[in-house]
Write a protein that binds this ligand. Structure first.
Ligand code: ASP
Ligand code: MG
Length: 451
């Protein structure tokens, strides 16, 4: 083992999500998986359901329903008590865990409806991960394993735009780790951070994956492992299609496309730091640790279509220029409008006279329409779904995009976007046709792999 504290090339980051720490049994299972001698930083989420409960508690305070909030806090404390009863065999550890949780619950009880703002809410949301890490530390202590806590609030920092400040994260983490040159097991909270004003903040829902990727990038680690309860990223949505299979290997760009366009297994933001530092991301199954899972890296596997994902809740806008042609400056005006209203555009297609594009955030749609209608006729299609097919879509390959279109030949297709990248083709359909589309794509594209 390399104990040189400035090199972390042997270190693995292992992230376990809410279900992986969702019960006493699952916590023990994580204990088994992390107890090997390899140097590692383990990132934990809140137990499943806890962040949602913390959101509810905040909403209750916010709506001046203090009694409702107190009841929810009681419910949460009892949820923890049940797990603690089952998890620890020694009364010393049990007591310590109960006291820790009681302190945090009393902290939640200390909030007052009169002074409740976003600042208070972020402190409440942080408690789930903080409790998970302490419960795991005590569980490991009971097994005679020493794990060092790396408090995320001491190194995970964001800048004024709410983006992670990687150089700062790197120097803080290295400084923290330098105090423990002989230790090989570190545990830390996912999701939570401090913002540029040193307030408690978070990396948005599902952000623990992002924490793991940022730690991996900051330390130039050997690998980032995301442990869930499925054996990797599947070639289609297993909730919709039978006989999906795990994709063994994906390029970072393919994974980014799938994560962004609906594959639930990985937070889309976490690809970027890993890709930038070229650190492989491995998706593994904590219920079946021997399964190979999916590895995401900079390697391209040529000549195959890999996977399909779908993203619902899409709105398409057809923007027809009031002139005969798309006059110079028209595109700029259109995109400036979306920028001004901070609305990201996902898919785009154009013709001589019109642009069609899609958005998933319709909060500012009214204002956007008002503005665009000064220069164009605009029509809106709601309840649409983007289907994204990824794989080696290098335009010089023959026949790949046609296989995708062919597979959907019986469905009405609103938009096709191909050639934007070498990694995928996106198709816009009505949401009501999604299940049919996903099944048809599995049948036509992955036929041989269906067992
Ligand atoms: N606990 C947080 C959430 O539920 C972060 C995470 O689990 O990734 O969103
Ligand atoms: Mg998650």
């Amino acid at each position: 083992m390399n104990n040189n504290s400035t090199s972390f090339s042997d270190l693995v980051v292992m992230k376990f999500g809410g279900t992986s720490v969702g019960s006493a049994e699952r916590i023990r299972n994580v204990g088994d998986l992390i107890s090997g001698s390899e140097r590692k930083v383990v990132v934990l989420s809140a137990m499943s359901g806890v962040t949602n409960m913390l959101v509810e508690i905040s909403q209750l305070f916010n709506n001046s329903n203090t009694q409702g909030a107190l009841n929810k806090i009681q419910e949460l404390q009892e949820k923890y008590q049940v797990v603690i009863e089952e998890l620890y065999s020694q009364s010393e550890h049990k007591e310590e865990a109960l006291t820790f949780v009681a302190e945090k619950m009393n902290f939640l009880r200390s909030f007052k409806e009169e002074y409740f703002t976003d600042f208070e809410e972020r402190q409440i949301l942080a408690q789930g991960e903080i409790i998970s890490v302490e419960m795991m530390r005590l569980h490991l202590a009971e097994r005679g394993i020493v794990a060092i806590k790396l408090p995320a609030l001491e190194y995970m920092v964001t800048n004024k735009h709410g983006e992670p400040n990687l150089p700062e994260i790197q120097s803080q983490l290295i400084e923290l780790l330098s105090h423990y040159p002989k230790q090989s097991l570190f545990i830390t909270e996912g999701y939570i951070c401090r913002n540029a004003y040193l307030e408690i903040d978070n990396l948005k829902r599902g952000g623990s994956d992002y924490t793991a990727a940022l730690i991996g990038a900051a330390l130039d680690a050997k690998e980032i492992q995301i442990w869930t309860d499925i054996d990797g990223l599947h070639n289609n949505d297993p909730r919709v299609v039978d006989h999906t299979t795990a994709v063994r290997h994906l390029h970072f760009n393919e994974a980014a496309e799938l994560a962004y366009f609906g594959a639930k297994i990985l937070h889309p933001a976490c690809i970027h730091p890993a890709k930038m530092r070229n650190i492989p991301v491995r998706l593994l199954n904590s219920m079946e640790p021997e399964a190979k899972g999916t590895i995401i890296s900079n390697r391209i596997k040529e000549g195959s279509l890999k996977a399909v994902a779908a993203k619902d809740g899409i709105t398409a806008l057809r923007i027809l220029s009031s002139r005969m042609l798309l006059a110079q400056g028209f595109m700029r005006k259109v995109f400036e409008t979306f920028e001004r209203y901070q609305t990201a555009v996902d898919m785009i297609t154009t013709s001589e006279v019109a642009i069609t594009l899609t958005i998933d955030n319709t909060n500012r749609l009214e204002e956007i329409l008002l503005e665009l209608r000064k220069i164009a006729d605009v029509s809106v299609d709601e309840d649409m779904t983007i289907i994204s097919v990824v794989g080696d879509m290098n335009w010089k390959n023959v026949g790949f995009e046609s296989r995708v279109v062919e597979a959907l030949s019986e469905l009405p297709v609103r938009m096709i976007s191909y050639g934007g990248s070498n990694y995928g083709v996106s198709i816009l359909i009505r949401s009501e046709d999604k299940v049919r589309a996903l099944k048809l794509l599995s049948k036509h594209l992955f036929h041989e792999e269906v067992s």
